[in-house]
Design a protein. Structure first.
Length: 607
């Protein structure tokens, strides 16, 4: 969603701000803008549409040493230049960028208008600029501190004032904000990607903190003006992490990265000698893990589907009742927290509003909640009672691919740990680890079939509807495959349990409705074959993803992609790869904006 960046320093400010916004593009946006402090006051430039429109409008050499930038994803007010950020007060001396939603903006706006303020936009954000104007006492930090208690809702914001050159003040509640430290330059941003090429160190701000930066220093205080000391972390990303490195799209790069990202997620976490796994950050000893009677995994979108597969691992391998819940649902349920239930929240970005709200509700009610996150230092990672980083590296494409396989990697390791503390023998544990460690090279073999999958996409991308079917541990992989196809190609696709076909969805089957079946070589294979035959009998076209050498399936269906044999429980790792590639190629063939599909944001930081 919205991205923000701020800079104090002597480098070319347009390059820094526009470069930062470029790196934030992946989050999704519909307009963008910058404000810089010049000798003549604050200059604001905003444009609707792609960042290129803003880049074309900004003079290449702006002489300014402090400025802010924003990519907007419209919530309050249409997509227009007036509604784009930065927003200014009546005097034009104050400029604001804001990520989040001010829920009581209408009351504040009515009051401000009644006292003479003139509004120029329909946004919730503009009230912050006018409130600051009202509270202005010559000290930017003090004025920001004075107005924050009036704001209800969420914000990560940066403010600047023409009369305080070289200073930016940021504050956060519920929306991320980090500070970057470079050599004689300081940054603020919603996301490390915006500043990774310049900052060597980062400080992650927490809710309720207010930060002031200048080119040489910073100070962090709380609502009562107490100084706060924060750990200074190394910037963990390389510049290359944010480049396509020869691939036409980030999504394709990330699909092909999965051999390495999964290996990274396993590294140091599998102990063949003890035939178990090791996850350092759980903050639970073996007795506490043995006492767990149930596991609930909470996430949104792809992370929820990863949670469904994780629950399946736990039930099958460790015999622990486990289920996944959609974050947006559990947040508002009458949740009954049982003392021996362990909760996980899973999120690539670590900033998803639905998941964060669910986490806070669960914690309020006394649950122990662990996190499975990719973004280091993200809000969810910091607010959980412990957890695991999946280490898949920055995921830039809006459609999640490598984070999904890294999330299920983490759950497979956790299930192994739990199984070995219960029923699983060392012989089984060792065999599982060997099969698991073969997954990255088996994924490589699947990736080598890319041209066959492209041919399949050419044959099928003209169909307007698809059904994706699976059973058992592959059911959620079918849901995830359908989600991939719909979100980037805009082809309508539904994930359906193959066993549920006859309870309704079979009425959709016709020559015009292809079905894509996931058929691993497991105990449900025969049942899947029966379902395939039911579809074939109704003239439906069938594509199957099955195990290499499964001739019976190959002879029954219209098209087949084979994946190497693995333990049936591990089959989602291999079956999801052709689905990701299929979605990717369909989207490219249909001319879609693969990395930034319409209406979607990478990190959904509003409810
Ligand atoms: O960052 P998160 O994992 O919490 O994001 C959750 C969903 O918004 C995300 O997985 C979404 O469904 C993706 N667009 C899927 O490709």
């Amino acid at each position: 969603m919205c991205g923000i960046v701020g800079y104090c320093g002597r480098k070319n400010i347009s390059e820094i701000l526009l470069g930062g916004l470029k790196r934030l593009e992946y989050r999704g946006y519909d307009s963008s803008g910058i404000a810089v402090g010049t000798d003549n006051g604050i200059t604001v430039i905003r444009r609707v549409g792609k960042l290129k429109n803003l880049i074309d409008a900004v003079p290449s050499m702006l002489t300014a040493q402090f400025g802010i930038g924003h990519t907007r994803w419209a919530t309050h007010g249409e997509v227009s230049e007036e509604n784009s950020h930065p927003h200014t007060d009546c005097s034009g001396k104050i400029a604001i960028v804001h990520n989040g939603i001010i829920e009581n903006y209408q009351q504040l706006k009515d009051r401000l208008i009644a006292s003479g303020h003139k509004f120029k936009s329909q946004t919730d954000t503009e009230v912050i600029a006018h409130l600051l104007e009202e509270a202005w006492d010559g000290n930017l930090t003090a004025s920001v501190r004075a107005i924050l208690p009036m704001l209800r809702g969420t914000y990560g914001l940066i403010a600047m004032h023409a009369d305080v050159p070289g200073v930016l003040v940021g504050a956060r509640r519920g929306s991320p904000l980090i500070m970057g430290i470079g050599k004689d330059e300081m940054f603020l941003a919603s996301d490390a990607s915006a500043i990774a090429s310049h900052a060597q160190n980062v400080v992650y701000l927490d809710d309720g903190e207010i930060i002031s930066i200048s080119e040489t220093g910073f100070s962090i205080t709380d609502a009562d003006n107490n100084d706060i000391k924060k750990p200074i972390n190394d910037m963990e990303f390389e510049n290359d992490d944010f480049e396509k490195n020869g691939f036409p799209h980030f999504m394709l790069k990330e699909i092909f990265e999965q051999t390495e990202s999964i290996s990274r997620g396993m590294a140091g976490r599998l102990d063949l000698a003890a035939a178990t796994g090791k996850l350092g950050g759980l903050n639970m000893n073996e007795n506490q893990l043995r006492a767990v009677r149930r596991v609930v995994i909470v996430g949104a979108g792809t992370s929820y589907f990863a949670g469904c597969i994780g629950a399946n691992f736990l039930e099958s391998m460790a015999g622990i009742p486990a289920r996944a819940e959609s974050a947006s649902e559990i947040a508002y349920k009458d949740i009954i927290i049982e003392p021996d239930t362990l909760y996980f929240v899973v999120s690539q970005s670590g900033e998803t509003a639905d998941t964060l709200i669910a986490l806070r509700e669960l914690k309020r009610k006394g649950a122990r909640v662990l996190g499975v996150c990719n973004a280091v230092g993200s809000t969810i990672a910091r607010e959980t009672d412990g957890g695991v980083y999946i280490h898949s590296g920055p995921e830039i494409a809006v459609a999640s691919t490598k984070a999904f396989t890294s999330q299920i990697t983490t759950f497979a390791i956790f299930a192994l740990i739990m199984a070995r503390l219960r029923n699983m023998t060392s012989v089984q544990g060792e065999a599982f680890i060997k099969a698991f460690q073969a997954i990255p090279s088996q994924i490589k073999e699947v990736l080598e079939q890319d041209s066959a999958i492209l041919a399949l996409a050419k044959k099928y991308c003209g169909y307007p509807n698809f059904i994706f079917l699976g059973r058992g541990v592959c059911l959620a992989a079918a849901y995830e495959g359908a989600l991939k196809l719909k979100e980037i190609s805009y082809i309508h696709a539904e994930g359906v349990g193959a066993g549920d076909l006859k309870h309704g969805p079979i009425s959709l089957i016709s020559e015009q409705m292809p079905s894509l079946f996931l058929v691993p070589n497991d105990g449900l294979r025969q049942k899947n074959i029966s379902n395939i035959k039911e579809v074939k009998a109704r003239c439906g076209k069938v594509i199957a993803i099955c195990t290499r050498g499964d001739n019976e399936i190959a002879e029954t269906v219209d098209d087949v992609i084979e994946v190497p044999e693995t333990w049936p429980i591990l089959s989602p790792f291999l079956m999801i790869i052709p689905l990701q590639l299929f979605a990717y190629h369909c989207a490219v063939l249909l001319g879609r904006d693969v990395d930034q599909p319409r209406n979607l944001a990478k990190s959904v930081t509003v409810e």
